[in-house]
Design a protein around this ligand. Structure first.
Ligand code: TYD
Length: 198
């Protein structure tokens, strides 16, 4: 199922999705910017796991991301309710991140199953940035190494993203693959023009 008024930003860590989220929200009336992991109870637990404060089995982490997503979608004032009320909801990351990251350590099919009931967004803006540039950016901004910070991992994440998009395109998913080496302004312009003409 496709959820109308729902837009997702995806990309490697350091690809610039968070900057784009802020810019889009500034430029779009009646929009709501959100992200995954969320700031809810489950999202907070996930963030502690990513910082290596708590250690869990990789499949447990995949369940947690799905649980966080379920709350994100279906809680009061969640994504579904907002979209149905005509608000344009933009999320920095969604189930495509689970397919790209959790399948590094879990069976791809298992992650697909955990996420198969969630609706697809109207469009995914995929900010396609070179993994080595992404890595340089994340190393500059933080001293804390999260669990997915290494070039080898980022390259595998990219190939998992592309594999997931190929698969989901067959289910009607629309993806705008945007060159991540473009300027923030140019990327924003591409996204805004897509939204205006959709
Ligand atoms: P990120 O957007 O990088 O948050 P921040 O800007 O606060 O660091 O997301 C955190 C990490 O979570 C990122 O490395 C990708 C990962 N992630 C998954 O592994 N699976 C998922 O389903 C989601 C939504 C994120």
């Amino acid at each position: 199922m496709i959820l109308k008024n729902f837009i997702v930003l995806e990309g490697l860590d350091g690809s610039g999705t968070t900057t784009q989220l802020k810019e889009l929200a500034k430029n779009l009336e009646n929009s709501y910017a959100t992200c995954e992991p969320t700031d809810g109870h489950i999202g907070k637990l996930i963030k502690r796991i990513l910082k290596k404060e708590i250690c869990v089995d990789p499949l447990t982490l995949a369940y947690l991301f799905s649980a966080d997503r379920n709350e994100h979608l279906y809680s009061v004032e969640g994504i579904e309710e907002r979209c149905n009320n005509g608000q344009l909801v933009i999320s920095d990351r969604y189930l495509f991140s689970s397919l790209a990251y959790q399948s590094l350590y879990c069976d791809f099919e298992d992650i697909l199953l955990l996420n198969e009931k969630f609706p697809l967004p109207e469009i995914v803006f995929f900010i396609n940035t070179d993994p080595s540039l992404c890595l340089r950016r994340i190393q500059n901004r933080s001293q804390v190494n999260e669990i997915f910070d290494s070039l080898e991992i980022q390259k595998n994440v990219l190939s998992n993203y592309l594999k997931s998009f190929d698969l989901l395109k067959e289910k009607g998913l629309k993806i705008l693959n945007i060159d991540g080496s473009l300027t923030v302004e140019k990327i924003l312009e591409i996204e805004l023009s897509y939204i205006k003409n959709r």
